[in-house]
Design a protein around this ligand. Structure first.
Ligand code: NAD
Length: 471
């Protein structure tokens, strides 16, 4: 049993005023593996005060001083790689391919912020005006459980690069991972108060941060439901807001697609992060003309996906993060059947050979229309829908007929045609015949998938306000 008893405020680990204890689980066994003492509203206020006091000096640091601090953070996070990897498997249940990425991504994303900062234009010219990019002030960074260390490091690195100070509220369900990252960031030796980490509940610490008048900016990653609450709370004090929210991303298989190349990409896009990915390609759009052939290939591929023990190297889908998440996914599988969709693979219950843990059968539905709940709502588990379309025009219409717009994947042999289809998709990111990531490109969503952009120079600008000076 691990007991996490402290939060990080003003450069030191301190015992929170909050006294509530929250159980931490191993999702592969459903056993309690630790407990975290949660911060409360008073702790959040103390953290905000520390960040406010540290802001004037940090805002005045030079580009070189910020780069040096980020490099120390990078080295300190790299040094904790192995410990972080173990915590990701134990506390989150990510299978080996995913956990390896999740353990190295936090350092990578700091390196990417350094790269963007090196050439960032702090001063621009617009006609007769000089435009100075000015840091906003204290940033509240609120993160989810599905990539704890990555989101903490990515948001913090961008905020610090811009000259903001930060109060971070990670998910209470990721306290073991947060503890390792907090110790690493402490070791980087930044000035006290420049960053503060207060693990607590969303309705206490999260609410305090999103309402507090001394917080100038919120950068949030999480559900669309919480994003709306944050937007409302932030309005009172005109906080600048970046929201990275949910998705129901389409994967369009064009009628000239080569199934040998495409099917592995469809499966990977749908089941990445055990289906607990905001960008997961969960609506698979197939042409009527090749429907039977594609459904058969997809059904075979989904049936072959191994869901189970994250420590087994053959596992591709690990357990859901919590009992609540497991029940939610089971509920959607039931609902899909009730709505009249047919199961091509998977279904309710646990995969064969697993017990106790929050394991789900990788599931594929056919005979889905785009109005069904399983096609419209974010399930956040390994459940995919096949939706047929008549022609390209209808494929684009179905792809865009969603409240979301975070990511999309277009697959086809004629690259020019696939590109033309991609240009008509309303989404912050469209991948064509690839699952590659480009850290220099802006990341974020259209419509209910969010507000604003992260990554690259866009990510740094999001923590700044342009000031025009005319003389
Ligand atoms: P969540 O919205 O429940 O929680 C996210 C964070 O917000 C947690 O730290 C939580 O404690 C906090 N929170 C909850 N209520 C709050 C409130 N009223 N005020 C302030 N903070 C509050 O989301 P989750 O279940 O942790 O994560 C899953 C969701 O995150 C999914 O919907 C997924 O699509 C989304 N997500 C989006 C991206 C992206 O980049 N777009 C990436 C990963 C996850």
């Amino acid at each position: 049993m691990r007991h996490i008893e402290q939060i990080f405020i003003n450069g030191e680990f301190v015992t929170p005023h909050g006294t509530e204890r929250f159980d931490l689980y191993n999702p592969a066994t459903a056993q309690v593996i630790g407990q975290v003492r949660l911060a409360d509203e008073l702790d959040a206020e103390r953290a905000i005060a520390a960040a406010k006091a540290a802001f004037p000096a940090w805002a005045n640091t030079t580009r070189q001083e910020r780069i040096a601090a980020l490099k120390r953070m990078h080295a300190a996070v790299v040094a904790r790689h192995d410990e972080l990897l173990e915590a990701i498997i134990e506390e989150y249940g990510a299978p080996s391919s995913r956990s390896a990425w999740m353990a190295s991504y936090p350092a990578d994303v700091i390196a990417q912020a350094i790269d963007a900062l090196e050439s960032f234009a702090f001063t621009l010219t617009a006609g007769a005006a000089t435009v100075q990019m000015t840091p906003l002030g204290v940033a509240g960074l609120i993160t989810p459980w599905n990539s704890d260390a990555g989101f903490i490091c990515g948001k913090l690195a961008a905020a610090l690069a811009a000259g903001c100070t930060a109060v971070i509220k990670p998910s209470e369900m990721s306290a073991l991972q947060t503890q390792i990252i907090t110790e690493a960031l402490r070791d980087a030796g930044l000035p006290p108060g420049v960053f503060n980490i207060v693990t607590g509940r969303g309705d206490t610490v999260g609410e305090t941060i999103s309402r507090h008048p001394d917080v100038a900016k919120i950068s949030f990653t999480g559900s669309t439901h919480t994003g709306k609450a944050i937007l409302r709370n932030a309005a009172e004090s005109f906080k600048r807001v970046t929201l990275e929210l949910g998705g129901k991303s389409p994967t369009i298989m064009l009628d000239d697609v080569d199934l040998v190349q495409a099917v592995p990409l469809v499966i990977q896009a749908g089941f990445m992060n055990s289906g607990q990915a905001c960008v997961a390609g969960t609506r698979i759009l197939v042409p009527q003309s090749r429907k039977a052939e594609m459904e058969q290939a997809l059904a075979q591929a989904v049936a072959a996906v191994r869901s189970g023990d994250p420590r087994d190297s053959a596992t591709e889908v690990g357990p859901m993060v919590s009992a609540k998440q497991w029940q939610r996914v089971q509920g959607y599988i039931r609902k899909g059947t009730e709505e009249g969709a047919s199961l091509l693979a998977g279904g309710e219950g646990r995969p064969e050979g697993t017990q106790d843990g929050w394991f789900v059968r990788p599931t594929l539905f056919a005979d889905v229309n785009n109005q069904m709940a399983i096609a419209r709502e974010e399930i956040f588990g390994p459940v995919l829908c096949v939706i047929p379309y008549r022609d390209e025009e209808e494929a684009i219409a179905i792809a865009n007929d969603t409240d979301y717009g975070l990511s999309a994947l277009v697959l086809g042999s004629d690259a020019g045609r696939a590109q033309r289809v991609a240009e008509q998709i309303q989404s912050g990111r469209v991948l064509v015949n690839t699952l590659a990531h480009e850290p220099k490109a802006p990341f974020g969503g259209f419509k209910h998938s969010g507000v604003g952009r992260e990554m690259g120079t866009w990510g740094i600008s999001a923590f700044m306000e342009p000031k025009s000076i005319l003389s």
